[in-house]
Design a protein around this ligand. Structure first.
Ligand code: ADP
Length: 624
């Protein structure tokens, strides 16, 4: 990287109060007009020397909460982050803003490390990123003693609480920071919202007296949609082609095998897609991640091994081809879409097999009965979200204990699902399960039970003489796919249970209420093509997105600016978003600034970027 042209420490000279200085840094360094939400209060609190716990959703703007105070307070801000592979990008992004940043982790050559250490001691850095395991070595402690630390930021702080998390032991050791440097303010940040996690962070990191800032976990620019699964790969291709052609996106699958297959299928069909999972060697994984971050419009197909800390702002969609294990997981993964605030889609397909498969994983999981019970509760909450007939966003927020109404930007709001009285259907299905179990001591999976209801005399039915059962052929009023929908919904409502390797169905306490006590069952009608009806319903756009909606001529300029950005980023060896975010390019395309002064007023254009890229941008605008 070329050395920064602006030394932000100078920004603070003559600033009278922490708040005034913070505003000045925000404007001159980052090119933003105002803080968002709690940012101003958090920044002021930390500048004043207070500890803080910050819970904010992905894309909420956590980084500024410690970056701005680090630029205002004397000394170097030390950021503890487990995301070693992303440190270089973070440092590059800060360098492009003219902020002096460095990192220390195990991937560096000793020479490089020594140079960064010397810069730290000499106070020539604004921010230093550290891998958590560094802080377990006395050498690092002594290094920090030799310089001046302005604050400690503990990023991804939920690592301290998650059982079995790779980084947990290193994070647990971070309580030492407070003991050794009691006067240095600490800020712990996470996008994990549950109260349990919050309490454990406070307890483990000794943050009892820290001020807590809990933002709304709503992500209004993300449209949530969950559809019945038929042929997942075809549905995905259709979704990408019609709504997100040329966009960057993440597709999550459960197994390595389906990751590979799906990536190959998309590529064969003209969508550039790369795989990412723990079975690939380190080099391929690192290369694929780097490509995703650097190239525009690439799709990565991945297991959940991918994504933590990926701060690519222009991921336009996150697709799930398999059911996530919990609502927390779903929220975290979908949250990687649309960090830039522009409209994005969280799209998922889900079917009966997902429920059977997840149940099997729970049955086979290690750990005691209590642990398995916990996993089942997580799955139940996820199923409830899938089968809800009310607003998905409202349900998500309620899960995190936050208020929400009808959002107008999820599938259930845009195309409200019809419901029907499924009591008789449920009774037919449950009594088939009951009869097999009680009269013959047999248990079967959903496929076979549906065959019986449909009156199919296939070899398996004949072999067991199931054509002689009184329920044989009583269900011909529904099609096979509709019956699968009934089973899935009964499972989600706890009116039926599924077990073991073969996914056998059994009754629950609540099944008896339907069979014998007149409990009625309302079911959601399965739409064949939910996407189409939702698309037709013209989703409401977030205010911010609407503000930068472009007409055809401006869209042409936007594309031109993207080309300029891709070339510039390549030349400088940084991801495209390090040069400018999409949201900034859109505003430029809409406003067409004619001078450096005018360009400087666009959100996201700070002094350093103006000096570095201003001419290139003005040229591209003038050429239109
Ligand atoms: P988080 O770490 O919480 O996921 P980031 O810190 O990456 O979020 O911020 C998300 C996006 O919002 C980034 O593109 C960032 O530049 C932008 N952003 C953050 N704060 C502001 C602000 N006050 N004004 C304008 N954009 C902001």
């Amino acid at each position: 990287m070329t050395p920064p042209e602006v030394i932000p420490a100078a920004v603070t000279e003559g600033a009278d109060s922490g708040n005034g200085a913070a505003q000045e840094v925000l404007r001159r360094v980052f090119g933003y007009d105002s803080f968002r939400g709690d940012q101003a209060a958090i920044v002021e609190h930390i500048i004043g020397g207070g500890d803080a716990l910050v819970l904010m959703p992905t894309g909420g703007g956590k980084s500024l909460c410690y970056q701005v105070p680090a630029l205002v307070r004397p000394g170097v801000g030390v950021v503890v982050s487990p995301l070693i592979a992303l440190m270089q990008d973070q440092v590059d992004a800060l360098s492009a803003l003219g902020v002096r940043a460095g990192f220390l982790n195990s991937t560096q050559y000793p020479d490089e490390r020594r140079m960064v250490e010397a810069q730290f001691v000499a106070g020539e850095l604004d921010l230093l990123y550290l891998a958590p395991e560094r802080l377990r070595s006395e050498a690092t402690m002594q290094l920090l003693d030799r310089g001046t630390v302005s604050l400690f930021a503990i990023d991804e702080a939920h690592c301290v609480s998650q059982w079995g998390h790779d980084f947990r032991p290193d994070y647990l050791a971070l309580s030492v920071l407070h003991e050794r440097w009691p006067r240095v303010p600490r800020v712990a940040l996470t996008a994990t919202a549950t109260e349990k996690t919050r309490d454990e962070i406070i307890h483990r990191l000794d943050l009892g007296s820290a001020r807590r800032f809990v933002a709304s976990f709503d992500r209004p620019n993300i449209q949530y949609r969950i559809e019945p699964k038929n042929r997942a790969d075809r549905q995905l291709l259709d979704f990408i082609r019609t709504e997100h052609a040329g966009d960057a996106g993440i597709v999550y699958c459960l197994s390595r095998n389906s990751v590979e297959k799906t990536a190959a299928f998309l590529t064969e069909n003209g969508v550039t897609a790369i795989p990412y999972h723990a079975g690939l060697d380190n080099r391929t994984r690192a290369e694929n991640q780097a490509r995703f971050l650097r190239e525009d419009g690439l799709v990565v197909v991945a297991t959940i091994a991918f994504g933590m800390g990926i701060d690519k702002p222009d991921v336009r969609f996150v697709a799930h081809l398999d059911l996530p294990k919990s609502v927390e997981g779903y929220y975290q993964e979908t949250g990687r879409a649309g960090r830039d605030g522009l409209p994005s889609t969280a799209w998922m397909v889900y079917g009966l097999n997902d429920v059977v498969q997840q149940r099997k994983l729970i049955d086979n999981s290690e750990g005691d009965a209590a642990h398995r019970r916990q996993l089942q509760l997580h799955l139940d909450a996820m199923l409830a979200l899938c089968e809800t007939v009310s607003c998905r966003r409202g349900q998500l927020l309620a899960y995190f204990g936050q208020p929400g109404g009808e959002c107008g930007n999820c599938d259930t709001c845009l195309a409200p699902p019809e419901s029907w009285d499924g009591t008789v259907a449920a009774q037919k299905l449950l009594s088939a399960v009951l009869r097999l179990d009680r009269e013959r001591g047999q248990r079967f999976g959903a496929g076979h039970i549906i065959d019986i209801l449909l009156g199919k005399s296939n070899p398996k039915v004949l072999q067991h003489a199931h054509n002689e059962l009184s329920v044989f052929g009583v269900g011909t009023d529904l099609r096979d796919a509709e019956w699968r929908g009934v089973v899935r919904q009964l499972l989600a409502h706890g009116l039926l249970a599924v077990h073991g390797e073969y996914g056998v169905l059994t009754l629950t306490e609540a099944s008896n209420e339907v069979l014998f006590s007149g409990r009625r069952v309302r079911l959601r009608r399965e739409l064949e093509r939910v996407s189409k009806s939702v698309r037709a319903a013209k989703p409401a756009k977030s205010a911010k997105a609407a503000a930068v909606d472009l007409g055809p001529a401006d869209a042409g300029l936007f594309e031109r600016l993207r080309e300029w950005r891709a070339a510039t980023a390549k030349e400088q060896g940084v991801p495209a978003y390090v040069v400018f975010h999409d949201s900034t390019l859109r505003e430029i395309a809409a406003r067409k600034p004619g001078s450096m002064a005018e360009l400087g007023t666009v959100s996201g254009v700070g002094e350093n970027k103006l000096a570095r890229y201003g001419e290139g941008v003005l040229e591209a605008v003038a050429r239109m």
